[in-house]
Design a protein around this ligand. Structure first.
Ligand code: PLP
Length: 422
């Protein structure tokens, strides 16, 4: 493995100032396209972020110049592709602050990472009556994989409640951790409410009771600096496509002591030490969990995406997004009949809402006609929508390339719709 690539430091920018959003936007070719003859206003970055030129070019260049299968060929090209693959893993290690590159497992997405942990780490530890604790604000990706192993083992999934503002009730969560709790799965940033959960506190709470914790960081890593060593959790998952990287690549970070003790969850090439019909022995982590040919170019481009984001500066991006969020909250709250879902103390980069008399899907279609892309539906969080008493909502989510003008365009369009449909 090559040495850890140096972190790309960006000059610190004061909150909201000095961030050249026009220069950022210029790096995203898709943002200069039109939809229904209108300039695209892309407000669905929480579903998937658009890709900067650096990532698009890295993919093309990799296929043009460096592509071959990895860890297999003795020839120069395969060795080059393998070296780039190793560098990408080191970049993810650095991005997460992980102690060891072997703690970084490449998977398809955050969903697959949770499934891996549920099946390989948790299932062997579960028995009838055991509990897996999640929260009411989880994405289905942090509910259903646990339900699948619970159904096989006689365990059950239970949920810690939220309050009406969309905050986790930490006291209730602490009470739900009992002698049968075998795992806690918690989302860092809610994909519906935007709530930023105090994950450090939650991890400490669980660790005091000896309960392992998985953090779903799918909506966190693109907005908040991560240091897995400081967090002290057991597992953390994210998807490349939400952090300006390609789709089809995700990351599981796990403590090396866990990964080393976990059995493989899929078998095939590249995850073995020795294969014979009498029996097979398996490779060390992370390779034990990476059966088959991965998305070689995508993993390389994910490393480029992380470089790109770090080059911009996560703090500067967070300050820019906070300013957009404040403007959007203020503008949307004034629209008659519009209800913002939740009012958490700390919110990251997205807002979900309903508009009286207009179904969320109709709202999505009306906005689309104006070139504005928002997410509508239950956002893969049906239990949370049930808790909030709505079946569907619309969600606007922001990224480094989102402009104030786009927030204003959304607010204007929503006001028009609210006035004409009431
Ligand atoms: N967790 C959260 C909080 C999410 O918002 C999402 C996707 O929207 C996921 C998990 C699943 O991500 P993916 O579909 O990339 O696996």
């Amino acid at each position: 493995m090559s040495a850890l690539p140096a972190r790309r430091e960006a000059p610190a920018a004061p909150a909201g100032a000095g961030f050249d959003v026009a220069a950022v936007r210029a790096q995203f070719p898709i943002l200069s396209t039109t939809v229904h003859g209108r300039p695209l206003v892309y407000l669905d970055s929480a579903a998937s972020a658009q890709k900067p030129r650096a990532v698009i070019d890295a993919l093309a260049r990799f296929y043009e110049r460096d592509y071959a299968n990895i860890h297999r060929g003795v020839y120069e090209l395969s060795q080059r592709a393998s070296a780039l693959h190793d560098v990408a893993r080191r970049k993810v290690q650095r991005f997460l602050g992980a102690a060891d590159w072997r703690e970084i497992v490449f998977v398809r997405n955050a969903t697959e990472a949770v499934n891996l942990v549920a099946q390989s780490f948790l299932a062997p530890r579960l028995g009838p009556g055991d509990e897996i604790l999640v929260t009411e604000m989880e994405h289905h990706a942090n509910i259903v994989p646990w339900q699948l192993v619970a159904a096989r083992t006689g365990a059950k999934v239970v949920a810690a409640p939220i309050d009406d503002t969309g905050e986790l009730d930490l006291e209730a969560l602490a009470e739900r951790i009992g002698p049968r709790t075998r795992m806690l799965g918690v989302v860092w940033v809610s994909n519906v409410l935007g709530t930023v959960n105090p994950v450090e506190e939650i991890v400490a709470l669980a660790r005091r009771r000896g309960v392992p914790v998985l953090i779903d960081a799918a909506q966190a890593v693109q907005h908040l600096a991560v240091d897995v060593r400081a967090l002290d959790a057991d597992f953390l998952v994210f998807s490349g496509h939400k952090v300006y990287g390609p789709s089809g690549v995700g990351v599981l970070w796990g403590r090396l002591e866990h990964l080393s003790a976990m059995p493989p969850w899929q078998g095939g090439g590249d995850m073995i030490e020795r294969v014979a019909f009498e029996g097979t022995s398996f490779a060390e982590p992370p390779f034990r969990f990476e059966a088959g040919t991965p998305d070689i170019a995508g993993i390389h481009a994910l490393g480029v995406a992380l470089d790109w984001l770090e080059g911009l500066g996560l703090e500067a991006v967070a300050a820019h997004e906070a300013a957009l969020l404040a403007r959007a909250e203020d503008a949307l709250a004034r629209i008659p009949g519009l209800r913002l879902l939740g009012a958490p103390k700390r919110r990251a980069s997205l807002l979900s809402f309903t508009l009286e008399g207009v179904h969320a899907h109709d709202l999505g279609t009306l906005l689309d006609l104006e070139g504005i892309a928002v997410r509508t539906g239950h956002h893969c969080a049906m239990p949370l929508h049930a808790r909030l008493g709505v079946s569907a909502s619309a969600r606007a989510s922001f990224a480094a390339y989102t402009s104030v003008e786009e927030i204003d365009a959304l607010a204007r369009a929503l006001r028009r719709i609210a006035e004409s449909w009431r």
